[in-house]
Design a protein around this ligand. Structure first.
Ligand code: GDP
Ligand code: IMO
Ligand code: MG
Length: 428
């Protein structure tokens, strides 16, 4: 298998964890390239269920080297807790590698995330409050600390001092929050440094050496296309490039190495946090309630109820374009078995103009009215289907409609949370 990017195509929680875990054994390495512990990726294998926030979903296989790339922001405490959780469950983390260039989420980043959200009032983003935005902000402002800084007390203290000169006045004067000292932070972080030292490496070199040896890499995206800082529904986005392009900058691998881009697409749509969502259904609406409860649409990271709506064709087409998708994994098709008929958004009406892709101007997108095509449901349990041919005709038609709207082939169909509950169509 050649190298591939795996990317979320909607607003996150499409089932990236499940599909990544499923295809990971075909690769020698799985590298996370952006985001942090705002992500929650679920893997279900038999009676075991894992919710991963930082560790790449390839961790389940000894043959796969899991790498946390330079584009990721790492909360060391969360990483250590995740390593301990996996080891306690009998999953080895001995092959795990963390880029020395990955930025560290500091305690003040979490404080500032909460304070920024509060100060935004009704314009708040609905972040996960994990410190993601403030950490990327400091990275861009060139006052961030990186994983390699943990390995040298002198450098850590120096970098920390520089950061605190800017951060402390903000905490104290703007938000009336406690400030930090370098000593206090080194006390806490020196313990993390000792635990994480064996994992920290020059990951770009490692990845490129693997490629030179003919090995293959799966680049695991977190969040999703419409949460991308450049291509998402700004400002209601996360602070990194979740789209396929982020895979190269977030890992230090050249573009010529990527052969396929697999978009993970839910058979309907969900969103956590604020911002526009044209096909949203209220939780009080019978269908909205059914999608939420049958789909189990509650966040892995924050436990928040996800906003649910019908499949959005313009978003699918936009994602195909922005990411250069070559394949789609359509997930949670089984959830739609609960409906007699299924509305599918085939276009938007924005002030009387029809759009089949997401309009770039946010004012237009905010007032996009979905144009629905109502298609027949199948009202049949499909969780046992293992081939496209075994699916009821109406479910096959639904898959075909997704392909047509997205403009990309559906190569994998997921019909349940377990690894086994999957139809491999044209991925291999
Ligand atoms: P991610 O963030 O994209 O990895 O997705 P999450 O793990 O946050 O949310 C996806 C949820 O749907 C998890 O609970 C998965 O176990 C579950 N899931 C994934 N694929 C399927 C599927 O095809 N059918 C059903 N019913 N559940 C699925
Ligand atoms: P996975 O990888 C769904 C959302 C937050 C908020 C916005 C910004 O599991 O799909 P942040 O804390 O990143 O600054 O919040 O992005 N968000 C996600 N929504 N799935 C995720 O990750 C998300 N990560 C962030 O809810 O709206
Ligand atoms: Mg998730």
């Amino acid at each position: 298998m050649s190298s591939a990017v795996l990317v979320g195509t909607q607003w996150g929680d499409e089932g990236k964890g499940k599909i990544c875990d499923l295809v990971a054994p075909e690769f020698d390495c799985v590298v996370r390239y952006q985001g942090g512990n705002n992500a929650g990726h679920t893997i279900v294998c038999g009676d075991k269920k894992f919710g991963l926030h930082l560790v790449p979903s390839g961790i389940m296989y000894e043959s796969v080297t899991p790498v946390i790339g330079n584009g990721v922001v790492v909360d060391p405490k969360v990483l250590i807790e995740e390593i301990d959780m996996l080891e306690n469950e009998g999953v080895s983390t001995k092959n795990l590698k963390v880029s020395g260039n990955a930025h560290i989420i500091m305690p003040y980043h979490r404080d500032l995330d909460g304070a920024f959200e509060q100060s935004l009032g009704k314009h708040n983003i609905g972040t996960t409050k994990r410190g993601i935005g403030p950490c990327y902000q400091d990275k861009m402002a060139r006052i961030g600390l990186r994983m390699q800084d943990l390995l040298d007390e002198g450098i850590f203290r120096e970098r920390c001092g520089v950061a605190l000169e800017r951060v402390n006045p903000q905490l104290e004067l703007l938000y009336h929050l406690p400030t930090y000292t370098v000593d206090q932070l080194w006390d806490e972080f020196s313990a993390y440094a000792e635990r994480l030292r064996p994992y920290i490496c020059e990951s770009s070199l490692l990845l490129n050496n693997m490629l030179e040896d003919g090995k293959s890499i799966l680049f695991e995206g977190a969040q999703a296309t419409l949460l991308d800082i450049d291509h998402g529904t700004y400002p209601y986005v996360t602070s990194s490039n979740c789209t396929a392009g982020g895979s190269v900058t977030g890992s230090g691998v050249g573009m010529k190495n990527i052969d396929r881009v697999l978009g993970i697409m839910k058979a309907y749509i969900t969103r956590v946090g604020m911002g526009p969502m044209p096909t949203e259904l209220s939780y009080d609406d019978e269908c909205g309630h059914t999608l939420t409860e049958v789909g189990g649409e509650y966040g892995v990271t924050t436990g928040r109820r996800r906003r649910c709506g019908w499949f959005d064709g313009p978003i699918a087409r936009y994602s195909t374009r922005i990411n250069g998708l070559t394949d789609i994994a359509l997930t949670k098709l089984d959830v739609l078995s609960a409906f007699d008929t299924i509305p599918v958004c085939v276009a938007y009406d924005c002030d009387g103009v029809r759009y089949t892709s997401v309009p770039e101007h946010q004012a237009l997108f905010a007032k996009a009215k979905p144009v629905y095509q109502e298609v027949p449901g199948w009202r049949e349990d499909i969780t046992g289907c293992r081939s496209y041919e075994e699916l009821p005709q109406a479910a096959r038609d639904y898959v075909d409609l997704v392909e047509e709207l997205a403009g990309c082939r559906v190569s994998i169909i997921a019909v349940g949370p377990d690894r086994e509950q999957t139809i491999m169509r044209s991925w291999n």
